[in-house]
Design a protein around this ligand. Structure first.
Ligand SMILES: NC(=O)c1ccc[n+]([C@@H]2O[C@H](COP(=O)([O-])OP(=O)(O)OC[C@H]3O[C@@H](n4cnc5c(N)ncnc54)[C@H](O)[C@@H]3O)[C@@H](O)[C@H]2O)c1
Length: 334
């Protein structure tokens, strides 16, 4: 059986049961696209995929499953979220990261080509830049990732650049900064068992009565704690919808890269203070030593996404990010 819904563009979202993918699925539906999700549920949750969205449990390297899906639906574009994302684990097990984030992604690209599907949007990361040489970090900043996670993403970006030069194939790379926050209506949010990013860690610690570690209090920042660029998940999802519109246009470039960041830096201390205000109680923390490879400041330039995609973050301020994340953390549906 083949699904073609009159005139509606079908978007194959791999990793669509994960944190960012599931928000993008919702955003695509609101924008009038029909998402189809494939996810191996290694970290994703089935419940995160909205009702009515076709869901296939499986791996992006399962060629016979991909062949079935590409035959079943007339896929117009692929959005790729299906990656491993733990920086520390990538240092200990680089094989898992080059295997999943690079090798399996290439298998997916080859399946796309075999089925004549030629538009691809990649979730990439600010980790490809490595130590910032200047701020804000724009898309022309040298890419020099310092861990296998970042390198696996940069290598895949390079593959996409080469495929788009050689084949009738178009790709947009979206490099997110610190993705955070939850659905303001309470319908979704971060739900990984092992927390990776500072805001979920801070919430987890608050819930469990654990003191939060701040890595360094002597950075060259106004309050001495590190500065990061926190971008709300709903804004990231909207960025995908705009990137999709751009890549579907006949005039689309064959390859392009955009940062998705708030364009504003917030310190770790500011984040702790906002959480204390939202929770209505003190949030215990302690300053510990710096971690190798952590920059003092990392802030995006989002000018290119604003000018060329028309992207304007609406929710990417600390108050909204932390209050939505707090509501979700203490009232999670999954
Ligand atoms: N969370 C962040 O702050 C952040 C920042 C920059 C970039 N990113 C990128 O965004 C993407 C999504 O990240 P996330 O935070 O939503 O993580 P996540 O772990 O919630 O989502 C990844 C999803 O992909 C699935 N998956 C992984 N490997 C797969 C495979 N081989 N086959 C099928 N499904 C597979 C997982 O089950 C999960 O549902 C990743 O590519 C990540 O590198 C995330």
């Amino acid at each position: 059986m083949s699904f073609i819904i009159g005139g509606v563009k079908m978007i194959f979202v791999v990793g669509g049961a994960g944190y960012i993918g599931s928000f993008t699925v919702r955003c695509l539906m609101e924008a009038g696209y029909q998402p189809v999700v494939l996810d191996n549920l290694s970290t994703g949750k089935r419940e995160a995929v909205p009702d009515g969205v076709p869901f296939h449990e499986g791996d992006i390297a399962d060629r016979s499953l991909l062949d079935t899906i590409f035959r079943q639906y007339r896929i117009d574009a692929v959005m790729h979220f299906a990656a491993k994302i733990k920086v520390g684990e990538s240092v200990e097990r680089p094989d898992l990261y080059y295997g999943n984030n690079l090798q399996k992604a290439i298998a997916l690209l080859d399946a796309m080509r075999a089925h004549g599907c030629d538009r691809f949007i990649l979730s990439s990361t600010a980790a490809v830049y490595g130590e910032p040489q200047y701020l804000p970090v724009d898309e022309n900043h040298p890419a020099n990732p310092i861990n296998p996670y970042g390198r696996s993403k940069l290598m895949l970006e390079t593959v996409l650049r080469d495929y788009s030069a050689a084949f009738p194939f178009k790709a947009i790379v979206l490099r997110y900064f610190n993705a955070a926050g939850a659905d303001p209506e309470g319908n979704g949010g971060e739900s990984q068992e092992v927390k990776q990013n500072f805001i979920p860690i801070m919430l987890h610690n608050l819930e469990k009565g654990i003191i939060t570690d701040v890595f360094g209090g002597d950075w060259e920042t106004p309050d001495g704690t590190p500065i990061r660029d926190y971008v709300h998940i709903v804004d990231i999802a909207a960025g995908h919808s705009l990137a999709l519109k751009a890549i579907m246009a006949d005039t689309a470039k064959s390859f392009d890269i955009f940062n998705l960041g708030a364009g504003v830096g917030s310190s770790v201390k500011e984040a702790l203070d906002v959480l204390a205000a939202v929770a209505g109680k003190p949030v215990p923390y302690r300053i510990v030593g710096r971690r190798a490879g952590d920059p003092g400041k990392l802030v995006a330039s989002n000018v290119k996404a604003a000018q060329e995609l028309g992207w304007k973050p609406k929710y990417s301020n600390l108050k909204t990010i932390i209050s939505t994340a707090y509501q979700w953390h203490f009232n999670r549906k999954y």
